[in-house]
Design a protein around this ligand. Sequence first.
Ligand SMILES: *[C@@H]1O[C@H](CO)[C@@H](O)[C@H](O)[C@H]1NC(C)=O
Ligand SMILES: *[C@@H]1O[C@H](CO)[C@@H](O)[C@H](O)[C@H]1NC(C)=O
Ligand SMILES: *[C@@H]1O[C@H](CO)[C@@H](O)[C@H](O)[C@H]1NC(C)=O
Ligand SMILES: *[C@@H]1O[C@H](CO)[C@@H](O)[C@H](O)[C@H]1NC(C)=O
Ligand SMILES: *[C@@H]1O[C@H](CO)[C@@H](O)[C@H](O)[C@H]1NC(C)=O
Ligand SMILES: *[C@@H]1O[C@H](CO)[C@@H](O)[C@H](O)[C@H]1NC(C)=O
Length: 626
Amino acid sequence: MSKRFSIFYSLLLLFFGSTALLPLVTGDLAGDRQALLDFLNNITHTRSLAWNASSPVCATWPGVTCDKDGTRVTALHLPGASLLGVIPSGTIGRLSELQILSLRSNGLQGPFPIDFLQLKKLKAISLSNNRFSGPLPSDYATWTNLAVLDLFGNRFNGSIPAGFANLTGLVSLNLAQNSFSGEIPDLNLSGLRRLNFSNNKLTGLIPKSLERFGNSAFSGNNLIYENVPPPMASPEEKPKEKRGIYLSEPAVLGIAIGGCFVIFFLIAVLIIICYVKRKRRQATETETKPEKLKPAKANPQKLPSVKEVSKLGKEKNIEDMEDKSEINRVIFFEGSNLAFNLEDLLKASAEFLGKGSFGMTYKAILEDSKVVAVKRVKDVVVSRKDFKHQMEIVGNIRHENVAPLRAYVCSKEEKLMVYDYYPTGSLYTLLHGKNGSDEGHDPLNWETRLRFMIGVAKGLAHIHTQHKLAHGNIKSSNVFLNSQGYGCISETGLAVLTNPVTNQIMRRDPSARPVLHYRAPEATDTRRLTPESDVYGFGILLLETLTGKSSMDNEKEADSLVSWVNFVVKHEWTGEVFDLELIKTPNVEAKLLQMLNLGLDCAERAPAKRLEMVKVAETLEKIESD
Ligand SMILES: *[C@@H]1O[C@H](CO)[C@@H](O)[C@H](O)[C@H]1NC(C)=O
Ligand SMILES: *[C@@H]1O[C@H](CO)[C@@H](O)[C@H](O)[C@H]1NC(C)=O
Ligand SMILES: *[C@@H]1O[C@H](CO)[C@@H](O)[C@H](O)[C@H]1NC(C)=O
Ligand SMILES: *[C@@H]1O[C@H](CO)[C@@H](O)[C@H](O)[C@H]1NC(C)=O
Ligand SMILES: *[C@@H]1O[C@H](CO)[C@@H](O)[C@H](O)[C@H]1NC(C)=O
Ligand SMILES: *[C@@H]1O[C@H](CO)[C@@H](O)[C@H](O)[C@H]1NC(C)=O
């Protein structure tokens, strides 16, 4: 009897228990909703956040994301939402299922919101670009899932907490542009892939465990840099290598004699080649001997002049290219309505525009007030004949998304190329400001960015399919807006003319930013550039356009941008990579994601896996028309 009663009682309990549990589950969402409202009602927000108390949280509140079942709030994205003042405690800290929290680029202040440490599910948090101040808390044992911690650009001070060592899942840590002081703790975080401590007041040594992030992650502090050479070429290793191959004495003797013979033979061949070349050069130099040009100064008023200039400027015939008398001729391509000779060009008032992979570019105003861009190509490694041949190929490309080469000069002293001048400037200047300083320029809007990319994709698709040509130098400073407001690519086909070694030297020259194109991992020699490596370059360009990040001076950083974006996509932190200007644009989120994935597909490591430019262009045009 009592047993039966107990079963009945249990069933009763189960029944009531489950019905009682139901409101508890929805109660959590209601609790999340109330927490959000409490947050909103107690903080100044000038741009109205349309969180309507009588409409559903998960479906309609901007910036709020729920789990699949719509039972809990899991992400809160409020970048650039004009939130001002101190975060009321016990509001956001109550969203106990929260995984993603972005409050970047607001006007939030006060101490670190200590109750955020109760958010045990948190995977990524950004408080960057606010006015938070004071020291950080010391204990992070609750944030076991945290992968991204971004406190960039605040006024936090005190020391970097040793408790960060407990953030074992951390992948990205950005504390740059704060006032952290003291020594850097030895954080043994093996999963960490991105780190930036720059522009603080840190002192002492960089811990061994963090040295792999390079000096740029620590610049703008008072740190001591230890320049210990890596223990690679230790003397003990060399004898070991030698022991690898054993040869008998006769074999050594044979190789020595054979080697000597080969060397003699090579020297003889070299001497003959030099002799023949010299004879040829003497033949071409007898009639015109122009004076040596002064090296181009950083900011010349005019392009340095040549005294002896032939007056054959208006010739449009390009036959007899090797004719000695035409050495200083300006060779025009069909469709150019320009008429000038080299003298005019060198007399024109010139304004230095920039230094690129192939030399300086000037804006030149001709006598008839026409404006052109003149590129002075340096370190040409091909013969004049090959140079002219390449000019012929490039000059005859006519496509609205390829900046037309209007004319060129190929003398012994000067290799000049004349292009249209684009007054709006390159994508690089439009994205990052004139000197990459990011200051004093209006953010580039979404439509223009998309049109830039459509144009570049179509231009590349054209040269790949119609001309069987790779561009070889895709980067934002080579991309301009054509008259229809779409992107067009400049410097097509120049990569094959110059020495890859030059690029390497120039890369180290900080004044030459941005110099390097986004070179694909397999492209170690510029002359082996392929359409696939252009696709890689385009992928990085697309990521740069979406993220607004320009810090890509070398392959390593471009590579790290790719792996970072990959990580971000995998971990639902996507909203955080986009440039703020794009986040603020209504109704483009899905398109942004589509483009981000397109960029990643282009930047695949394996060349064979990358998309074809024609496909990329089609996809982008579809994104535009949708
Ligand atoms: C914030 O506003 C809510 C009203 O939504 C109010 O009930 C609450 O007490 C306020 N204060 C805090 C700290 O949440
Ligand atoms: C909130 O939503 C309800 C119904 O969804 C609507 O009637 C009301 O006008 C909305 N309030 C505001 C302030 O938008
Ligand atoms: C941190 O900044 C606060 C002012 O915001 C100041 O009172 C405090 O002394 C600073 N602490 C350190 C260690 O610099
Ligand atoms: C990590 O967390 C544990 C548990 O709270 C704590 O005992 C330990 O001191 C923490 N480690 C550091 C380096 O703070
Ligand atoms: C660093 O952490 C790894 C595992 O995360 C561990 O194997 C290693 O011993 C640690 N090194 C130090 C110096 O604590
Ligand atoms: C670190 O942040 C600074 C700004 O403080 C930035 O200029 C630099 O490029 C960043 N470095 C890395 C490696 O992200």
